[in-house]
Design a binder for this molecule. Structure first.
Ligand code: E4P
Length: 227
């Protein structure tokens, strides 16, 4: 079954979707934390790890390999649920970092990827998760649905370890397409997840059934109920 990660660092949003039973993990990034405003970064990550029973991705922010490694080791030491996000830098730096962290048994989520080749490299370097940015990949002229299908086929045949996370989701239709294409995990913003249970015809049908039930109760009240 496909897994849903929550693309947010908001405690109330995470609690909401844990209550729904649809939160398998959480992903964060620098923009997500900016939208949280003035929060203590480490405390918030630890709080999230307590709320959700699953991996919590925390993104590295430095640029040199040695600094990225130091930062990654620190995040990983915070909690067993932490997965360190490392960007796919164009010069291969991120791959080097992922390779080293893998040797140290630190879980990684290689991120900011737009192409099939990037996913394959991340998997070869040993990443635990490989994140494809669905809409940004489209903006880059790629076909993310085909990339998902190709990667999932490769993962089945080639024993590839890295699970595919599809992020950069902007509509419920994106979720449906990514699930149908076989994505292992979709990371979904709260706004989109909240839209997913809603359907106009469902609402109309519920109203129709409620009305029928009110009428039925009324008939019961007025006459003698037959068995
Ligand atoms: C997921 O890990 C990404 O950080 C996120 O989905 C990016 O989405 P955006 O394209 O909306 O910034």
């Amino acid at each position: 079954m496909v897994q849903f990660f929550l693309d947010t660092a908001s405690v109330s949003e995470i609690e909401e979707f844990v209550r729904w039973g649809v939160a398998d993990g959480v992903t964060t990034n620098q923009k997500i934390f900016l939208s949280e405003g003035s929060v203590d970064f480490k405390k918030r990550i630890l709080r999230i790890c307590d709320i959700v029973d699953g991996p919590v991705s925390v993104e590295t922010t430095r640029s040199e390999v040695k600094d990225l490694l130091r930062e990654a080791r620190e995040y990983a030491s915070w909690h067993k649920s932490v997965v360190v996000k490392v960007a796919m830098y164009g010069d291969g730096r991120g791959l080097e970092v992922v390779r080293q962290l893998t040797k140290e048994k630190i879980k990684t989520n290689m991120t900011v990827m737009m192409t099939f080749n990037q996913l394959v490299l991340a998997a070869k370097a040993g990443a635990t998760y490989a994140s494809l940015f669905f809409n940004r990949s489209k903006e880059a002229g790629e076909n993310p649905l085909q990339i998902i299908k190709d990667y999932v086929a490769l993962a089945k045949d080639g024993g590839v370890r890295a699970k595919l996370i599809v992020g950069s989701i902007r509509t419920p239709e994106d979720v449906a397409q990514a699930v149908a294409a076989g994505a292992h995990i979709i990371t979904v913003p709260a706004k989109i997840l909240r839209e997913m249970p809603a359907n106009r015809r469902t609402d109309e049908t519920i109203a129709e059934f409620d009305k029928a039930w009110t009428e039925f109760l009324d008939i019961q009240k007025r006459g003698k109920a037959q068995v």
